[in-house]
Design a protein around this ligand. Sequence first.
Ligand code: UDX
Ligand code: UDX
Ligand code: ADP
Length: 466
Amino acid sequence: MTKKITNICCIGAGYVGGPTMSVIAQKCPDIKVTVVDLNQARIDAWNDPDTENIPVYEPGLDKVVAEARGRNLFFSTDVDKAIDEAEMIFISVNTPTKTYGSGKGMAADLKYIELCARQIARVSKTDKIVVEKSTLPVRTAEAVKSILLNTGNGVNYQILSNPEFLAEGTAIEDLHAPDRVLIGGDTTEEGQEAIQALVDVYARWVPRERILTTNLWSSELSKLTANAFLAQRVSSINSLSELCEHTGADVSEVARSIGTDSRIGPKFLKSSVGFGGSCFQKDILNLVYIARSYGLREVADYWEQVIIMNDHQKRRFANKIVKTLYNTVSGKKIAFLGWAFKKDTNDTRESAAIYVADDLLHEQAGIAVYDPKVPESQVYEDLNYLNSRPGDINKQLVTVITDPYEACKDAHAIAILTEWDEFKDYDWQRIFDNMKKPAFVFDGRTLLNVKQLREIGFKVYTIGRE
Ligand code: UDX
Ligand code: UDX
Ligand code: ADP
């Protein structure tokens, strides 16, 4: 008989664990959900009485947290206690690309996952269902299982893979009405019971036909593949954007024309300065690494090209700015509108803005950054992480400004790096009046009304247009 779950623990209170568990708690008031993290500051922020201050910015998340927190949703640093009490444990810790050793720059670093597995093994005194939520290379479940079975207290474990498909900025919508929920598990009877226990949790609000069950490896591979396909579409349209700039075709028109073919579909065809986010690059690198490790050279090269194209797109945007500004940006002020990797999030991981800024800083540009949600400290942290120059030089060349008009004042050029809606509604005449002339706009998100800007007097470059 399938066990009814009444107590869930989630290790990792980040962009995935926080919102996902908040929605599970909201939809299942009879299940106690405890989200734990080693990071005390992060947990404190999740517990802040003012839900405006929770550490993840997602439209609608504050309301979900306000509804469930203290009722059946808890945030804590007491990892052992939460593990001990739970019947089902989600692992939702970060799995960054390795920065050292074998697989450096390619493979996922699984040390946080392994630490979690060891901690679960040490603490557990009752049977547990352990659910992988983080994106992981195929066959990680096997490693987790091996640790649990060899270092545990003799209790039974079932391992499930339940990858998260939410996109940042629309996380709550995606969690409330997912295209599908994917659950992979063992094909044994016990495995199927564990799958059913998790199906029963989601079935409270997700139509049953949207809950797909597979074996463990299919589930793990599907997550990598879904992200690889999405990223590949962005690189495909971005490759065409460069061709459009040389031929007089308009990439937005091309995207619309091909997107109406029902076999292709309209989504993920927006040309941009390059995709970012914590998943796309990491997952593709992971896929490439796995393919190489099996000696599948053509497969690896095929997917690697998606990354090569994306790096090219970021670099060529920076080059375009330098070239247009008479081949030198040294000592010039460039205003960056946007720093987050997409709109409606404060997440900056792998944001194109970071790499474009770095290239311009190599050319000794001065940069003034405005982003409605990203704090100053994050901008410096992102640049310093690249290790391109000493931190104090980054601080000298880059200023972070909380007023967009101030950021654009006396600038030689404005670069749009994130597609925040508010940028469209600015008083562009006022911005123009306060800029150095000729006043340039480089729109990396095909966001602004080019005709209107040109009428004001701006010189405008938009990705994918002549
Ligand atoms: C294609 C385009 O579909 C059509 O819009 C265009 O006008 C002409 O080119 P066609 O070549 O007739 O049409 O057939 P299509 O169904 O697209 O298949 C092309 C090839 O891809 C076939 O060999 C088919 O077997 C193969 N294919 C298609 C796959 O291997 N897998 C698939 O999922 C789809
Ligand atoms: C992605 C997947 O969409 C999600 O299913 C998975 O769970 C995690 O990874 P996310 O990274 O949050 O989600 O955002 P997404 O909307 O996919 O955008 C990724 C990047 O691609 C962003 O930088 C975005 O600006 C860029 N993008 C997206 C484009 O440049 N053009 C597009 O048409 C779509
Ligand atoms: P994601 O986007 O996958 O959610 P984040 O980096 O936003 O990634 O969140 C992962 C969280 O996991 C971080 O807050 C980190 O402190 C936490 N974490 C990592 N390892 C452990 C661990 N062993 N125990 C508890 N929390 C952990």
